[in-house]
Design a protein around this ligand. Structure first.
Ligand SMILES: Cc1ncc(C[n+]2csc(CCOP(=O)(O)OP(=O)(O)O)c2C)c(N)n1
Ligand SMILES: [Mg+2]
Length: 360
Protein backbone atom coordinates (compact mmCIF):
# COMPACT_ATOMS: atom_id res chain seq x y z
CA UNK A 1 0.00 0.00 0.00
CA UNK A 2 1.30 3.44 -0.87
CA UNK A 3 1.54 6.01 1.86
CA UNK A 4 -0.20 9.21 0.83
CA UNK A 5 0.87 11.57 3.61
CA UNK A 6 4.46 12.04 2.39
CA UNK A 7 3.27 12.87 -1.09
CA UNK A 8 0.87 15.48 0.26
CA UNK A 9 3.50 17.31 2.28
CA UNK A 10 5.87 17.39 -0.71
CA UNK A 11 3.47 19.69 -2.53
CA UNK A 12 3.70 22.37 0.12
CA UNK A 13 7.16 23.83 -0.15
CA UNK A 14 7.60 27.22 1.48
CA UNK A 15 7.01 30.05 -0.98
CA UNK A 16 9.62 32.79 -0.62
CA UNK A 17 10.63 35.83 -2.67
CA UNK A 18 13.05 37.64 -0.38
CA UNK A 19 15.62 35.71 1.62
CA UNK A 20 16.98 36.64 5.05
CA UNK A 21 19.67 38.81 3.46
CA UNK A 22 17.08 40.84 1.57
CA UNK A 23 17.95 39.28 -1.78
CA UNK A 24 15.35 38.26 -4.35
CA UNK A 25 15.42 34.47 -4.71
CA UNK A 26 12.31 34.09 -6.84
CA UNK A 27 12.37 36.80 -9.49
CA UNK A 28 9.43 35.49 -11.49
CA UNK A 29 7.13 35.65 -8.48
CA UNK A 30 8.06 39.26 -7.72
CA UNK A 31 4.79 41.21 -7.45
CA UNK A 32 4.22 44.33 -9.51
CA UNK A 33 4.65 47.03 -6.90
CA UNK A 34 5.89 50.55 -7.56
CA UNK A 35 8.76 52.02 -5.54
CA UNK A 36 6.23 54.06 -3.57
CA UNK A 37 4.20 50.96 -2.80
CA UNK A 38 7.31 49.09 -1.65
CA UNK A 39 8.15 52.00 0.66
CA UNK A 40 4.58 52.09 1.92
CA UNK A 41 4.85 48.43 2.95
CA UNK A 42 8.01 49.18 4.94
CA UNK A 43 6.47 52.32 6.44
CA UNK A 44 3.53 50.28 7.70
CA UNK A 45 5.77 47.61 9.20
CA UNK A 46 7.94 50.17 11.00
CA UNK A 47 4.88 52.03 12.27
CA UNK A 48 3.24 48.83 13.47
CA UNK A 49 6.40 47.70 15.32
CA UNK A 50 6.36 51.01 17.20
CA UNK A 51 2.65 50.67 17.88
CA UNK A 52 3.34 47.25 19.38
CA UNK A 53 6.10 48.60 21.64
CA UNK A 54 3.93 51.51 22.78
CA UNK A 55 0.91 49.25 23.34
CA UNK A 56 2.95 46.95 25.56
CA UNK A 57 4.20 49.95 27.57
CA UNK A 58 0.69 51.43 27.84
CA UNK A 59 -0.64 48.08 29.00
CA UNK A 60 2.04 47.88 31.70
CA UNK A 61 1.07 51.38 32.84
CA UNK A 62 -2.52 50.20 33.17
CA UNK A 63 -3.65 52.46 30.34
CA UNK A 64 -4.69 49.66 27.99
CA UNK A 65 -6.63 46.48 28.65
CA UNK A 66 -6.42 43.31 26.57
CA UNK A 67 -3.42 43.29 24.28
CA UNK A 68 -1.89 40.51 22.13
CA UNK A 69 1.62 41.50 20.93
CA UNK A 70 2.31 41.55 17.19
CA UNK A 71 6.08 42.08 16.77
CA UNK A 72 7.50 39.44 14.42
CA UNK A 73 4.22 39.00 12.59
CA UNK A 74 4.21 42.31 10.64
CA UNK A 75 4.91 40.73 7.24
CA UNK A 76 2.13 38.15 7.67
CA UNK A 77 -0.37 40.72 8.87
CA UNK A 78 0.44 43.72 6.69
CA UNK A 79 1.58 41.91 3.54
CA UNK A 80 -1.78 40.13 3.38
CA UNK A 81 -3.80 43.25 4.21
CA UNK A 82 -1.97 45.22 1.53
CA UNK A 83 -3.33 42.84 -1.11
CA UNK A 84 -6.93 43.74 -0.18
CA UNK A 85 -9.34 46.27 -1.64
CA UNK A 86 -11.58 48.53 0.43
CA UNK A 87 -14.68 46.45 -0.40
CA UNK A 88 -13.17 43.28 1.05
CA UNK A 89 -14.23 41.94 4.44
CA UNK A 90 -11.77 41.21 7.24
CA UNK A 91 -12.61 38.71 9.98
CA UNK A 92 -9.67 39.06 12.37
CA UNK A 93 -8.52 37.18 15.43
CA UNK A 94 -7.52 38.97 18.63
CA UNK A 95 -3.91 39.52 17.42
CA UNK A 96 -5.01 41.06 14.11
CA UNK A 97 -5.70 44.66 15.08
CA UNK A 98 -2.96 46.01 12.73
CA UNK A 99 -4.84 44.78 9.65
CA UNK A 100 -7.92 46.68 10.85
CA UNK A 101 -5.94 49.84 11.44
CA UNK A 102 -4.45 49.79 7.95
CA UNK A 103 -7.87 49.06 6.48
CA UNK A 104 -9.09 52.27 8.16
CA UNK A 105 -9.95 51.64 11.82
CA UNK A 106 -8.91 54.82 13.69
CA UNK A 107 -6.16 54.15 16.21
CA UNK A 108 -8.13 55.52 19.16
CA UNK A 109 -10.82 52.93 18.41
CA UNK A 110 -8.22 50.16 18.54
CA UNK A 111 -7.32 51.42 22.02
CA UNK A 112 -10.99 51.52 22.99
CA UNK A 113 -11.33 47.90 21.83
CA UNK A 114 -8.43 47.03 24.10
CA UNK A 115 -10.25 48.71 26.98
CA UNK A 116 -13.45 46.76 26.29
CA UNK A 117 -15.30 49.91 25.23
CA UNK A 118 -18.19 49.28 22.83
CA UNK A 119 -17.00 52.06 20.52
CA UNK A 120 -13.89 50.00 19.83
CA UNK A 121 -16.12 47.42 18.16
CA UNK A 122 -17.90 49.91 15.93
CA UNK A 123 -16.22 49.96 12.53
CA UNK A 124 -16.29 53.06 10.34
CA UNK A 125 -18.76 52.92 7.42
CA UNK A 126 -16.05 52.19 4.85
CA UNK A 127 -14.31 49.47 6.86
CA UNK A 128 -15.85 46.06 6.26
CA UNK A 129 -14.68 44.13 9.26
CA UNK A 130 -15.86 42.20 12.26
CA UNK A 131 -14.46 42.81 15.73
CA UNK A 132 -11.41 40.72 16.57
CA UNK A 133 -12.60 37.24 17.46
CA UNK A 134 -11.65 35.83 20.84
CA UNK A 135 -13.22 32.39 20.34
CA UNK A 136 -10.50 30.42 18.57
CA UNK A 137 -11.55 29.45 15.03
CA UNK A 138 -15.09 30.89 15.11
CA UNK A 139 -14.18 33.49 12.49
CA UNK A 140 -13.53 30.71 9.95
CA UNK A 141 -17.18 29.67 9.95
CA UNK A 142 -18.33 33.29 9.82
CA UNK A 143 -16.01 33.86 6.86
CA UNK A 144 -17.68 31.09 4.88
CA UNK A 145 -20.96 32.92 5.45
CA UNK A 146 -19.64 36.37 4.57
CA UNK A 147 -17.97 35.00 1.42
CA UNK A 148 -21.21 33.31 0.36
CA UNK A 149 -23.04 36.62 0.89
CA UNK A 150 -20.53 38.49 -1.29
CA UNK A 151 -20.90 35.81 -3.94
CA UNK A 152 -24.70 35.98 -3.93
CA UNK A 153 -24.54 39.76 -4.31
CA UNK A 154 -22.07 39.43 -7.21
CA UNK A 155 -19.51 41.61 -5.45
CA UNK A 156 -15.94 41.78 -6.67
CA UNK A 157 -14.76 41.29 -3.13
CA UNK A 158 -13.40 38.63 -0.82
CA UNK A 159 -13.74 37.71 2.83
CA UNK A 160 -10.38 37.17 4.50
CA UNK A 161 -9.87 35.67 7.92
CA UNK A 162 -6.99 34.98 10.25
CA UNK A 163 -6.32 32.38 12.87
CA UNK A 164 -3.21 30.87 14.43
CA UNK A 165 -1.59 27.44 14.32
CA UNK A 166 -3.67 26.50 17.37
CA UNK A 167 -6.82 27.57 15.56
CA UNK A 168 -6.31 24.81 12.98
CA UNK A 169 -7.25 22.21 15.60
CA UNK A 170 -10.73 23.61 16.01
CA UNK A 171 -13.73 22.06 14.27
CA UNK A 172 -14.71 25.51 13.02
CA UNK A 173 -11.50 25.68 11.00
CA UNK A 174 -12.50 22.63 8.92
CA UNK A 175 -16.17 23.53 8.74
CA UNK A 176 -15.43 27.01 7.41
CA UNK A 177 -13.01 25.83 4.73
CA UNK A 178 -15.21 22.92 3.71
CA UNK A 179 -18.30 25.10 3.36
CA UNK A 180 -16.50 27.79 1.36
CA UNK A 181 -14.97 25.08 -0.83
CA UNK A 182 -18.33 23.40 -1.45
CA UNK A 183 -19.86 26.71 -2.52
CA UNK A 184 -16.71 27.87 -4.32
CA UNK A 185 -16.97 31.16 -2.39
CA UNK A 186 -14.46 34.04 -2.47
CA UNK A 187 -12.76 33.37 0.86
CA UNK A 188 -9.13 33.58 1.97
CA UNK A 189 -8.21 31.65 5.09
CA UNK A 190 -4.93 32.75 6.62
CA UNK A 191 -3.15 30.76 9.31
CA UNK A 192 -0.40 32.70 11.01
CA UNK A 193 1.69 29.81 12.22
CA UNK A 194 3.74 31.53 14.91
CA UNK A 195 4.88 28.13 16.20
CA UNK A 196 2.95 28.23 19.47
CA UNK A 197 -0.61 28.26 20.76
CA UNK A 198 0.15 30.01 24.03
CA UNK A 199 2.73 27.43 25.26
CA UNK A 200 1.80 24.48 23.03
CA UNK A 201 4.30 23.99 20.17
CA UNK A 202 2.93 23.37 16.70
CA UNK A 203 4.53 19.89 16.65
CA UNK A 204 2.04 18.88 19.34
CA UNK A 205 -0.86 20.51 17.53
CA UNK A 206 -1.08 18.13 14.58
CA UNK A 207 0.48 15.09 12.90
CA UNK A 208 0.48 16.95 9.57
CA UNK A 209 3.84 18.20 8.25
CA UNK A 210 2.34 21.49 7.15
CA UNK A 211 -0.83 23.35 8.05
CA UNK A 212 -1.26 24.43 4.42
CA UNK A 213 -1.98 20.83 3.37
CA UNK A 214 -5.18 20.93 5.41
CA UNK A 215 -6.65 22.63 2.33
CA UNK A 216 -6.45 19.34 0.43
CA UNK A 217 -9.33 17.61 2.20
CA UNK A 218 -11.52 20.68 1.66
CA UNK A 219 -10.66 20.61 -2.03
CA UNK A 220 -9.34 24.15 -2.00
CA UNK A 221 -6.00 25.72 -2.89
CA UNK A 222 -3.37 25.75 -0.16
CA UNK A 223 0.02 27.41 0.06
CA UNK A 224 2.73 27.70 2.70
CA UNK A 225 4.56 31.02 2.63
CA UNK A 226 7.53 32.47 4.44
CA UNK A 227 5.55 34.68 6.79
CA UNK A 228 8.61 36.84 7.54
CA UNK A 229 8.82 37.80 3.85
CA UNK A 230 6.37 40.60 3.19
CA UNK A 231 6.65 40.24 -0.59
CA UNK A 232 5.83 36.53 -0.50
CA UNK A 233 2.84 37.08 1.77
CA UNK A 234 1.61 39.93 -0.41
CA UNK A 235 2.03 37.93 -3.63
CA UNK A 236 0.30 34.84 -2.23
CA UNK A 237 -2.63 36.87 -0.92
CA UNK A 238 -2.94 38.89 -4.12
CA UNK A 239 -3.01 35.67 -6.12
CA UNK A 240 -5.62 34.17 -3.78
CA UNK A 241 -7.72 37.33 -4.08
CA UNK A 242 -7.50 37.42 -7.89
CA UNK A 243 -8.59 33.80 -8.13
CA UNK A 244 -11.38 34.25 -5.58
CA UNK A 245 -13.01 37.19 -7.40
CA UNK A 246 -12.50 35.30 -10.64
CA UNK A 247 -14.77 32.53 -9.38
CA UNK A 248 -11.94 30.11 -8.69
CA UNK A 249 -12.77 29.54 -5.04
CA UNK A 250 -11.08 29.84 -1.65
CA UNK A 251 -7.44 29.51 -0.59
CA UNK A 252 -5.75 28.54 2.63
CA UNK A 253 -2.50 30.41 3.27
CA UNK A 254 -0.15 29.20 5.99
CA UNK A 255 2.33 31.95 6.92
CA UNK A 256 5.37 30.73 8.87
CA UNK A 257 6.10 33.37 11.47
CA UNK A 258 6.95 34.00 15.12
CA UNK A 259 5.72 36.28 17.86
CA UNK A 260 8.60 37.86 19.70
CA UNK A 261 6.56 38.86 22.73
CA UNK A 262 4.34 36.99 25.13
CA UNK A 263 1.03 35.45 24.04
CA UNK A 264 -0.90 38.34 25.59
CA UNK A 265 -0.11 40.86 28.31
CA UNK A 266 -2.12 38.84 30.85
CA UNK A 267 0.83 37.12 32.50
CA UNK A 268 2.27 34.73 29.89
CA UNK A 269 6.02 34.08 30.30
CA UNK A 270 7.48 32.69 27.04
CA UNK A 271 10.83 31.85 28.67
CA UNK A 272 9.03 28.89 30.27
CA UNK A 273 8.41 27.23 26.91
CA UNK A 274 10.81 28.82 24.39
CA UNK A 275 14.61 28.83 24.36
CA UNK A 276 16.79 31.85 23.69
CA UNK A 277 18.29 29.96 20.74
CA UNK A 278 14.88 29.61 19.15
CA UNK A 279 14.11 33.31 19.67
CA UNK A 280 17.47 34.25 18.11
CA UNK A 281 16.95 31.91 15.19
CA UNK A 282 13.64 33.57 14.33
CA UNK A 283 14.86 37.11 14.94
CA UNK A 284 17.45 36.51 12.22
CA UNK A 285 14.52 36.15 9.82
CA UNK A 286 12.97 39.42 10.95
CA UNK A 287 10.62 40.89 8.32
CA UNK A 288 11.75 44.49 8.87
CA UNK A 289 15.47 43.73 8.74
CA UNK A 290 15.33 41.86 5.44
CA UNK A 291 12.95 44.30 3.77
CA UNK A 292 15.06 47.25 4.95
CA UNK A 293 18.13 45.63 3.33
CA UNK A 294 16.18 45.09 0.13
CA UNK A 295 15.03 48.71 -0.02
CA UNK A 296 18.47 50.08 0.91
CA UNK A 297 20.03 48.08 -1.93
CA UNK A 298 17.55 49.74 -4.28
CA UNK A 299 18.38 53.17 -2.84
CA UNK A 300 14.83 53.52 -1.57
CA UNK A 301 15.37 53.71 2.18
CA UNK A 302 17.40 55.67 4.71
CA UNK A 303 17.77 55.84 8.47
CA UNK A 304 16.46 59.41 8.45
CA UNK A 305 13.29 58.38 6.67
CA UNK A 306 12.76 55.57 9.13
CA UNK A 307 13.29 57.89 12.09
CA UNK A 308 10.70 60.26 10.70
CA UNK A 309 8.16 57.42 10.53
CA UNK A 310 8.99 56.42 14.09
CA UNK A 311 8.46 59.99 15.33
CA UNK A 312 5.21 60.29 13.39
CA UNK A 313 3.98 56.98 14.84
CA UNK A 314 4.79 58.09 18.39
CA UNK A 315 2.96 61.41 17.90
CA UNK A 316 -0.11 59.76 16.41
CA UNK A 317 -0.20 57.12 19.13
CA UNK A 318 -0.03 59.82 21.80
CA UNK A 319 -2.90 61.72 20.17
CA UNK A 320 -4.95 58.53 19.83
CA UNK A 321 -4.49 57.64 23.50
CA UNK A 322 -5.71 61.14 24.36
CA UNK A 323 -8.75 60.70 22.15
CA UNK A 324 -9.51 57.35 23.77
CA UNK A 325 -9.13 58.95 27.22
CA UNK A 326 -11.53 61.74 26.20
CA UNK A 327 -14.21 59.32 25.02
CA UNK A 328 -17.04 59.20 27.57
CA UNK A 329 -16.85 56.10 29.78
CA UNK A 330 -19.01 53.15 28.83
CA UNK A 331 -22.16 52.84 30.90
CA UNK A 332 -24.23 49.73 31.59
CA UNK A 333 -27.05 51.30 29.55
CA UNK A 334 -24.62 51.56 26.60
CA UNK A 335 -23.92 47.86 26.90
CA UNK A 336 -27.60 46.92 27.00
CA UNK A 337 -28.54 49.42 24.29
CA UNK A 338 -26.01 48.07 21.82
CA UNK A 339 -27.14 44.46 21.82
CA UNK A 340 -30.52 44.51 20.08
CA UNK A 341 -32.44 46.76 17.73
CA UNK A 342 -35.54 46.10 19.82
CA UNK A 343 -34.90 45.18 23.42
CA UNK A 344 -36.51 42.04 24.82
CA UNK A 345 -38.70 42.52 27.90
CA UNK A 346 -36.13 41.52 30.53
CA UNK A 347 -33.48 43.85 29.12
CA UNK A 348 -35.97 46.67 28.86
CA UNK A 349 -36.57 46.29 32.57
CA UNK A 350 -32.83 46.29 33.28
CA UNK A 351 -32.41 49.31 31.01
CA UNK A 352 -34.91 51.26 33.13
CA UNK A 353 -33.24 50.13 36.33
CA UNK A 354 -29.76 51.25 35.16
CA UNK A 355 -31.02 54.49 33.66
CA UNK A 356 -32.32 55.37 37.10
CA UNK A 357 -29.03 54.37 38.77
CA UNK A 358 -26.87 56.28 36.26
CA UNK A 359 -28.90 59.46 36.60
CA UNK A 360 -28.18 59.65 40.34
C1 LIG B 1 -12.59 28.04 21.60
C2 LIG B 1 -11.46 28.55 22.45
N1 LIG B 1 -10.70 27.68 23.14
C3 LIG B 1 -9.68 28.11 23.91
C4 LIG B 1 -9.41 29.45 24.00
C5 LIG B 1 -8.25 29.94 24.85
N2 LIG B 1 -7.14 30.40 24.01
C6 LIG B 1 -6.93 31.71 23.79
S1 LIG B 1 -5.63 31.97 22.77
C7 LIG B 1 -5.31 30.33 22.61
C8 LIG B 1 -4.18 29.85 21.76
C9 LIG B 1 -4.35 30.13 20.30
O1 LIG B 1 -3.17 29.91 19.60
P1 LIG B 1 -3.02 30.17 18.07
O2 LIG B 1 -4.25 29.76 17.36
O3 LIG B 1 -1.75 29.55 17.63
O4 LIG B 1 -2.95 31.77 17.95
P2 LIG B 1 -1.82 32.78 18.48
O5 LIG B 1 -2.26 33.25 19.83
O6 LIG B 1 -0.54 32.05 18.52
O7 LIG B 1 -1.81 33.93 17.53
C10 LIG B 1 -6.23 29.59 23.37
C11 LIG B 1 -6.23 28.12 23.46
C12 LIG B 1 -10.24 30.35 23.27
N3 LIG B 1 -10.04 31.66 23.28
N4 LIG B 1 -11.25 29.87 22.50
MG1 LIG C 1 0.07 30.45 17.38
Amino acid sequence: MKRTTDKVAEQFETFQILDEEGKIVNEEAMPELSDDELKELMTRMVYTRILDQRSIALNRQGRLGFYAPTAGQEASQLGSQYALEQDDFILPGYRDVPQLIWQGLPLYKAFLFSRGHFKGNQMPEDVNAFSPQIIIGAQYVQTAGVALGLQKRNKDAVAITYTGDGGTSQGDFYEGMNFAGAFNSPAIFVVQNNQFAISTPVEKQTAADTLAQKAVAAGIEGIQVDGMDVLAVYAATKDARDRAVNGEGPTLIEALTYRYGPHTMAGDDPTRYRTEEMDNEWEKRDPLVRFRKFLEDKGLWSEDEENEIIEKAKEEIKAAVKEADNTPKQKVTDLIGNMYETLPQHLEEQMEEYKAKESK
